[in-house]
Design a protein around this ligand. Structure first.
Ligand code: IPE
Ligand code: IPE
Ligand code: MG
Length: 261
């Protein structure tokens, strides 16, 4: 149990009518919760604001979700921030996002330090603009000694690219003679993914109601439970997290076997 009971109760004070801390079993919090943060643009346009404002508000929501995950004692929180397909958006939006990623990492360093959060990136960050990469490298160093929750940020991430990359690395090891073909099993593949060493997500949350995976963690979500909410990401908060966890705890996870009951 890694959570601090006093901080946890305080964090969830003043609950809305439909959900409270009492609705979840603190002994069965998913170890790894993953968020597909979708709907920033629609949140903004529905208010007559620019998409940039939506992304800014999305960062505010992410901050709340990070703190909430820490309070709940989650081991890994991952979040899909930018897909390999998102390069296809207008250049201005891509630029805005790259700038916001760098700015946010710097702005949130005090939070990451205070909460002892270690950051890892999922995806090919070598393809990001130099300025963003420099900030990421600086930020990663600043938090590398942290021992608390892992925050895995998927930036320039695509599951198909990840699997192709794993296949390439494995093939290189085979041709170099350091890996036998017969030793390529599920663990060997998992070890070559960006998520190597992390548990698979038990719970995947997608906001804005879309019923799709959008090239996210295809290998790792083999047995994840999905929770889809109509809320746009900027409207998602700690109560949304509790609702998702409560729904997760009511699922009958069979893993291909038979129900435990
Ligand atoms: C999610 O919000 C953020 C990113 C993909 C970077 P969107 O920007 O996809 O918002 P919608 O889906 O257009 O509303
Ligand atoms: C998924 O959202 C990717 C991220 C949240 C970063 P998108 O908005 O890119 O997904 P699609 O286009 O609706 O599938
Ligand atoms: Mg979207």
């Amino acid at each position: 149990m890694r959570y601090d009971p006093d901080k946890l109760v305080e964090h969830f004070s003043n609950p809305p009518q439909d959900i409270s801390l009492a609705d979840i079993d603190l002994d069965r919090i998913p170890r790894h919760i993953s968020c597909i943060m979708d709907g920033n643009g629609r949140w903004a346009t529905s208010r007559g604001l620019s998409r940039t404002e939506g992304h800014k508000q999305g960062i505010v929501a992410l901050r709340d979700v990070i703190t909430t995950a820490v309070r709940l004692g989650v081991d890994v929180l991952s979040a899909y921030a930018f897909s390999t397909e998102n390069w296809g958006r207008p250049q201005h939006e891509v630029n805005v996002l790259m700038h916001l990623f760098a700015k946010t990492f710097i702005d949130e360093l005090p939070l990451l330090k205070r909460e002892n959060v270690r950051v890892v990136f999922l995806g090919d960050i070598s393809a990001l603009p130099q300025k963003t990469r420099d900030v990421f490298e600086y930020g990663l160093k600043e938090c590398e000694h942290h021992t608390g929750m892992v925050l895995a940020l998927a930036v320039n991430y695509g599951a198909r690219a990840e699997l192709a990359r794993a296949a390439r690395t494995i093939a290189e090891q085979v041709s170099a003679g350091s890996l036998a073909v017969g030793d390529i099993d599920e663990n060997a593949v998992a070890e070559h993914l960006y998520t190597a060493g992390l548990p698979d997500p038990e719970l995947v949350i997608r906001t804005s109601g879309e019923m799709r995976v959008s090239n996210y963690l295809l290998w790792q979500i083999a047995y994840s439970e999905f929770y889809i909410t109509e809320l746009y990401w900027p409207d998602f908060d700690k109560w949304g997290m509790l609702r998702a966890i409560a729904a997760f705890q009511h699922r009958d996870r069979r893993f291909g076997g038979l129900s435990a009951e």
